[in-house]
Design a protein around this ligand. Structure first.
Ligand SMILES: CC(C)(COP(=O)(O)OP(=O)(O)OC[C@H]1O[C@@H](n2cnc3c(N)ncnc32)[C@H](O)[C@@H]1OP(=O)(O)O)[C@@H](O)C(=O)NCCC(=O)NCCS
Length: 310
């Protein structure tokens, strides 16, 4: 090995010192930990979409618009423009807040912004329970903030193909405007909280909504909505699992493009349905809650509206 001598070492030390000074200076111009959190408005939508893209999520304008309508969107401005981070909290009465779209730009990650945003959202929720679905990135942080995992949820996507097990005739019919009061009541009973703001917007948000009727009124309902080139299925509430599966088939039969369904692992029959209809697992998140156990009759809640909303 060539001997480089003391002069060489001195030059290397000086270069190292210069690089360190540059890095420190850059850090100095980067985001301070006490950068204010502000409530975002619909004008911030383009920056929310750019932030999502920065983390390789879809930009999902349609979904963000619904979140701005029903939830509180908080964000931190990045010094150079745009957003350094964002989070959405959607409150359903005093019972549950669903937290979603927790995003910190790659450039600003691991500096405490995620924790600050989540703490901010939690401080303002004031609900007995907080619900979220956590990626592997978020889960350690949420555990430290008192969340506990109660299950897992996998997104299944793909081109839908019908199956011999599909019902010969639909078990459901298209939802009419006059069904809304009954759907609101059913949703509140099953979820244990009033989701009025959300459910009232679903007929405009969804491309299709269907209801199942029993002898004494509506016992189930489901929706399908466009998420860019994908049709997402959900919400889905039904009196029992066979009806849920049949309602899924009814919704899927009229869906266009790639299909997506977010299934909690407590519903293996729904996972089988997804696989049998040509979908495959895209990713899995942990379903987590903080505070009281979830209210309502969750045995009739088969699909969320979206992972960010519960
Ligand atoms: C999940 C996410 C929001 C976390 O944001 P974040 O700002 O990096 O979070 P924090 O900085 O508060 O905490 C994350 C980590 O940084 C560490 N950290 C916090 N401040 C730090 C600092 N000054 N220096 C070094 N590390 C620090 C935390 O201890 C934590 O460490 P760990 O994950 O090893 O346990 C971000 O990674 C993200 O947007 N991921 C992609 C999208 C996603 O998956 N979102 C979650 C959806 S549920």
């Amino acid at each position: 090995m060539a001997c480089r001598g003391p002069l060489f070492s001195l030059v290397v030390q000086e270069i190292d010192a210069e690089i360190k000074a540059d890095v420190d200076q850059n850090r100095g111009t980067r985001l301070p930990a006490d950068m204010p959190i502000r409530r975002l408005g619909i004008d911030d939508l383009p920056d929310c979409m750019l932030l999502a893209q920065d983390r390789e999520w879809l930009s999902e304008e349609h979904r963000w618009r619904l979140l701005f309508d029903v939830g509180e969107v908080y964000g931190i401005d990045a010094p150079g423009g745009g957003l350094a981070g964002a989070v959405v909290s959607s409150r359903y009465g005093t019972g549950i807040a669903a937290i979603g779209m927790m995003l910190v730009a790659r450039e600003h990650e691991r500096r405490g912004l995620g924790r600050r945003l989540m703490t901010h959202a939690l401080d303002r929720s004031g609900t007995a329970s907080v619900w979220l679905s956590a990626t592997d990135y978020g889960r350690p942080l949420y555990e430290r903030l008192g969340f506990r995992a109660i299950g897992h949820c996998s997104a299944y996507t793909g081109s839908f193909r019908s199956s011999r097990s599909d019902p010969a005739r639909p078990v459901s019919r298209p939802m009419a405007a006059s069904d809304l009061p009954a759907v609101l009541a059913l949703d509140a009973e099953v979820c244990g909280v009033p989701r009025t703001e959300l459910v009232t917007r679903l007929p405009a948000f969804c491309t299709s909504m269907r209801v199942v009727e029993g002898p004494s009124g509506i016992t189930g309902y489901g929706g399908a909505w466009r998420n860019e080139s994908v049709t997402a299925l959900g919400p889905l509430i039904a009196g029992d699992e066979p009806t849920a599966l049949a309602l899924l088939s009814d919704l899927a039969a009229e869906a266009e493009g790639t299909l997506r369904v977010d299934v909690e692992h407590r519903w293996p029959a729904l996972i089988d349905w997804a696989v049998e209809h040509g979908l495959s697992r895209a990713f899995t998140t942990a379903v987590m809650i903080r505070g009281a156990d979830l209210p309502g009759d969750r045995d009739r809640l088969f699909l969320p509206v979206a992972l960010a909303l519960g």
